[in-house]
Design a protein around this ligand. Structure first.
Ligand code: NG6
Ligand code: CA
Length: 519
């Protein structure tokens, strides 16, 4: 089916939605009855890197690292320069991406341990559930980090609720992060490769008798922690949390990338004849950074650079798979990251020593965990050959908008009460409008507000420097106000010079915080 035709159809549909909701209902029914049909919906793939910085890839200015595949995606698509994850850490960003709600509105949405309960309520409207209800086959492959079970997850039995209870048909995931136990894959509610005679046990409180730890047995380590990460040991790397048993199910770190990539490709192959939504959440370049031997030593920047090459190669293989299956034209790919970059995130892996001239944050100030721009402003590329003109967009967009925007794309209604922060930014995401959001909230340490070119960070009492990671938090006892249009690097605090603007933005931020359903 010709994309031109679709484009017009969907444009018309959107106008109808805005003006005559009832008529739209009839329209959808007619579509269903006449079977105009699956092909009308693009496949959607979100490739979500973990801790990839604004300056980590070639198309955003990196020269020390070569990322030809991500650059190809950018060349064939729309590259955003002012696009955001909602938070400077993983769990809250992923929560917002899936639910359409700023995570800071809910307690318990900070970085989760590996045995945390699911924090997205089953039955709630989510990005995958919206697509699932309109006939998409939905899958997640890779990092989850949103909790599993109800508080006493049964790793040796059926692991639920999880992704399948909030809108995914298929799941192949790691529960939390590469540096947290349990270090094993979960596929559709079961631990993969588990030998029932050797059950796995997991604790975030106490070690299991006879199990070595990084703290007590550093002689067993091939990669040493720089801070934290001194509990159970797997593959010579100590982790956060304790585990014992389940030997046959435990992963090899150097294969993580290949295993997830293989499952992502398999999902695409299997579902090539129907519209699918794949949320492919890579482990790279999060710690521990253990490249496959194909990439080890190849970047010259140490393991962190090597796993970025590995990520780039994985993106290339996804693109090749789409080409081979002739799905490229009508597949909407969004490539982005869950938060900004960090060099030392708890292991002595030489990321800092071998970094050379590379600037993982690009021209931005701060890092992962920070209220400064590099905490949440991330690489963000949209490619959909059938509809999106290649180019660069300066529109202000956020991952929290995926839910409302994809709902608009597929003509779906959703419960706006549970996705209060998700705006329909479809036109901006597809490059049909340069407008974007008028404002957004950045969750680093303190919550910060973007409004037009302005950035406001209220006074915050926490430390200015994170002593573990040696990076700036964004905290300061005084208010901070920057004009990003001519001070992208947030060097010139204008709060004292422009007290009225600072006051107005403080009030605006407070209003957004107070609003359960923002206007
Ligand atoms: C921190 C970990 C860090 C990383 C992060 C989560 C320590 C000292 N640091 O607590 O290594 O795991 O949590 O990263 O334990 S994220 O990308 O999933 O948010
Ligand atoms: Ca992350």
């Amino acid at each position: 089916m010709k994309p031109e035709y679709l484009t017009t159809r969907f444009r018309r549909e959107r106008i109808a939605f805005a003006t005559k909701a009832k008529l739209l209902g009839v329209f959808i029914v007619i579509l269903a009855v006449t079977g105009v049909h699956a092909g009308a919906k693009p496949n959607i793939i979100i490739i979500y890197a973990d801790d990839l910085g604004y300056g980590d890839v070639g198309c955003y200015g990196a020269t020390a690292l070569k990322t030809p595949n991500i650059d190809r995606l950018a060349k064939q698509g729309l590259r955003f320069t002012d696009a955001y994850a909602t938070s400077a850490t993983c769990t809250p960003s992923r929560y917002s991406l899936l639910t359409g709600e700023y995570a800071w509105r809910q307690k318990g949405t900070g970085i989760l341990p590996g045995d945390a309960a699911l924090i997205i309520q089953p039955g709630r409207t989510t990005l995958p559930s919206v697509l699932q209800q309109t006939g998409y086959r939905t899958g997640i492959v890779g990092k989850w980090h949103l909790g599993l079970g109800n508080g006493d997850v049964s790793w040796n039995g059926e692991i639920k609720p999880g992704p399948r209870e909030i809108g995914f048909d298929y799941e192949f995931i790691m529960a939390a992060t590469g540096d947290r136990v349990p270090c094993a894959f979960v596929e559709n509610g079961r631990l993969v490769g588990l030998d029932p005679k050797d059950p796995i046990r997991v604790s975030y409180e106490t070690n299991f008798p006879g199990e070595p730890t990084g703290k007590a047995n550093p002689e067993l380590l091939t990669m040493h922690p720089s801070h934290g990460h001194d509990q159970s040991i797997l593959n010579g790397i100590s982790r956060i949390g304790y585990m014992t048993g389940g030997k046959a199910a435990l992963w090899k770190d150097e294969n993580l990338g290949d295993v997830f990539l293989g499952k992502a490709k398999e999902f695409i192959e299997k579902n090539q004849r129907q519209p699918f939504f794949l949320y492919y959440a890579t482990h790279e370049p999060h710690v521990p950074r253990v490249p496959h031997p194909r990439f080890a030593g190849k970047s010259g920047l140490g393991p962190r650079g090597d796993v970025i090459l590995q990520l780039d190669d994985a993106v290339g293989q996804i693109l090749e798979t789409l080409d081979r299956l002739k799905l490229t034209e009508n597949t909407l790919i969004i490539f982005s990251s869950d938060n900004g970059p960090i060099l030392d995130d708890g292991y002595k892996d030489q990321a800092r020593e071998l970094n050379g001239s590379h600037r993982a944050s690009g021209p931005l100030r701060g890092n992962k965990y920070s209220a400064y721009e590099a905490g949440t402003r991330v690489p963000f590329i949209v490619r959909w050959p059938a509809r999106v003109q290649p180019g660069v967009s300066a529109a202000l967009v956020s991952q929290v908008d995926f839910l409302a925007s994809m709902a608009a794309l597929t003509g779906q209604k959703f419960d706006a009460r549970t996705a209060p922060d998700s705006q329909n930014q479809l036109a901006s995401l597809l490059g049909e409008s340069p407008r974007g959001r008028t404002n957004l909230v950045e969750q680093g340490g303190p919550l910060a507000l973007r409004e037009g070119a302005w950035k406001f960070i209220p006074p915050a009492s926490g430390a200015r420097l994170n002593w573990n990671t040696k990076t700036e938090t964004g905290n300061a006892t005084e208010a901070q106000l920057f004009n990003l249009a001519d001070d992208l690097g947030e060097t010139n605090n204008l709060a004292a010079a422009q007290p009225e603007r600072a006051k107005k933005m403080a009030a605006q931020l407070q209003a957004i915080r107070n609003a359960s359903t923002p206007e």
